[in-house]
Design a protein around this ligand. Structure first.
Ligand code: SAH
Ligand code: DHB
Ligand code: MG
Length: 218
């Protein structure tokens, strides 16, 4: 199956997504730096950009920068005076990302803050974001989601990557801390009446996974 998933992602990327040279370069420099190839796919990056446009995002928060690939897609949805803050634990990843953001012409709108997100999120207290993309370590997803709601206004969109994990969301032992994180997110969403959410399963060049989309209520 995975071959046809790749072929469809390639076809969709060619026909409707058309990433530019800077985005393709960002993937290349991330790989050359020996960083993992776990950025969102081009169709997924375009989805993030469209979602940011749909909510008219002026302020975006990202948790998990890697080489700044998803960051570039998101930042390009911002108006000139818009702002994106991306949180990254690795100084090296942040350096590669900053160079890629510069190449893509969005460095003026993006700030990469280095540190464990659970330590940098509290420094944002009092700020408000229109869209949050959660894509760092999976074990802390429940805490990242709590923080995201705290940094939201009514109508803020929250996207959480990698929540299906090849079906691990519902199948098998929760000994994998990544799986326990995405299960805990869904248990949290089941209890929350102030957030409307859905989870969409996806296949593609990143295998079988999925994302949760949530809108914060009033
Ligand atoms: N959003 C990126 C991919 C992010 S990969 C894209 O799609 O292009 C996950 C990133 O989260 C890695 O760079 C990793 O270093 C970072 N990360 C892992 N644990 C973290 C933590 N506790 N705080 C902040 N970032 C973390
Ligand atoms: C992994 C992390 C991601 O954010 C992703 O999209 C795919 C895989 C990982 O840590 O394996
Ligand atoms: Mg991811």
């Amino acid at each position: 199956m995975t071959d046809i998933w790749n072929q469809v992602d390639d076809y969709v990327t060619r026909t409707v997504v058309h990433p530019d040279e800077a985005l393709r370069q960002a993937v290349a420099t991330t790989e050359e730096a020996g960083m993992p190839a776990i950025a969102v796919s081009a169709p997924q990056g375009k989805l993030l950009q469209l979602l940011a446009g749909m909510v008219g995002a002026r302020r975006i928060l990202e948790i998990g920068t890697l080489g700044g690939y998803s960051t570039i897609w998101l930042a390009r949805a911002l108006p000139p005076e818009g702002k994106l803050i991306s949180l990254e634990v690795s100084e090296r990843h942040a350096q590669v990302a900053r160079a890629n953001l510069e190449e893509a012409g969005v460095a003026d709108r993006v700030e990469v803050r280095v540190g464990p997100a659970l330590e940098t999120l509290p420094t944002l207290a009092g700020e408000q974001f229109d869209l949050v993309f959660i894509d760092a370590d999976k074990v802390n997803i429940p805490q990242y989601f709590d923080w995201s709601v705290r940094l939201s206004r009514p109508g803020t969109a929250i996207v959480v990557d990698n929540v299906v994990r090849n079906g691990g969301l519902v199948e098998g032992p929760a000994t994998d801390p990544n799986v326990s994180g995405v299960r805990a997110l869904h248990e949290q969403l089941a209890r929350r009446s102030d957030v409307a959410a859905t989870t969409i399963q996806t296949v593609g060049s990143k295998g079988y996974d999925g994302f949760t989309l949530a809108i914060v209520g009033g």
